[in-house]
Design a protein around this ligand. Sequence first.
Ligand code: HEM
Length: 409
Amino acid sequence: MPKVIVPTKKVLFTEEILQDPYPAYARLHEEGPLHYLDVDGQWALWSIVSHAECSVAAKDPRLSAKRSQQMILSLPLSRQSEFSELARMLGLWLIFMDPPEHTRLRKLLNKGFSPAAVEGLRPQVEAIVDRMLKPLQPGSEIELMREFANPMPVRIILEMLGIPQELRDTFVDWSRAIAVFRGSPDRTVEQARAAQDALIALTDFFQKTVAERRRHKGSDLISLLIDIEEEGEVLTEEELYAQCIALLFAGHETTRNLIGNGMYTLLRHPQETAELREKPEMIRTAVEEILRYESPVQFTARVLKEDVEICGQHIPKKWSVLCMLGAANRDPKRFRDPDQLDLKRLNNQHLAFSAGPHACIGGQLARLEGQVALLNLVQRFPEMKLTGPRPEWAPTFGFRGLKRLPVIM
Ligand code: HEM
């Protein structure tokens, strides 16, 4: 039996690092590919920062994506049983499944995210962006997250699911509660309570919506999932509601940060942005670079199914490991001048959408939304500037995004 050497815990999850994690990531890269990180002074996690090792870990079948039970372990032992429903409901999401369940469900869902299906959404995305930007006057002061980056992706995913737009604000509140719980390694009872309530409310909503959609099918994603189910593929009712919730969550919570982080980054790099304005064909590489440079998802986690050696360190079964995607995307061994924004960067094999069997199913849709939104903003508002003090980042380590982004249009 190999000896388990447990090193000293390093501190990463602090308020300061939430505002700017990159100097700390650079230090970690200098020190090595794997680190033992403190969580709230209570417990610790192994965390991989190297691009090569994160890619390997994301594809390693000995690492399980079933981690919804682990998420409640940071709660006081005496309170964990109150949240077994939360862990169970999250466990039905594709992202928290292992093969063979994951393989089966992913194959079914892929049908809704084929390149043709996503490209077919372009006119809808362009129309929504146009409708939202038209009323904004050049020179006016606005809070860009509230006016545009937050509502835009949720509009699109609601349209894809065929859900009325009037419910948008309620969904955003529910989604936020889940994001705060999921994105914090040091989760609290209050966060767990809010996330569990939101999941129960969402499940109730989708139960009614699916029943209604069975009676009146359309060309939306829910109807597609019902069709798949009726073709005889196994998708239980609960799984169906869970995927609707997961898509709503994933479609909104990350893409809004691609747009917010993207615009913040572009406004801080006026020369590069001027070039993009002149050469709009650069938008594809520009969005890839923004995904790398300010990744909306900073880490994902896995649980070891067996004892595994990672980066030369023996880690016992059942331990959680974080793949620090945001740090991997600044790995100097993978990217030349990783802290430099290069909107024309080639061979940009970032891990913003992770890798392996769980690689983001909505990556193409997010790219499309990011390209349309950012190019329109840059071209329609060439004088746009940041206002006020340095904007504040939301308190979710896992999901990097701005609380507010005040600008003059
Ligand atoms: C910029 C936007 C986005 C980013 C950065 C992002 C990032 C990610 C990442 C990192 C994962 C893999 C996590 C892991 O390995 O554990 C993932 C999975 C997933 N994403 Fe996204 N995502 C984005 C947009 C979207 C959109 C628009 C949708 C759908 C509407 C979506 C749906 C999903 C789903 C369903 C999974 C689970 C896939 C699986 O487990 O097989 N995402 N995403």
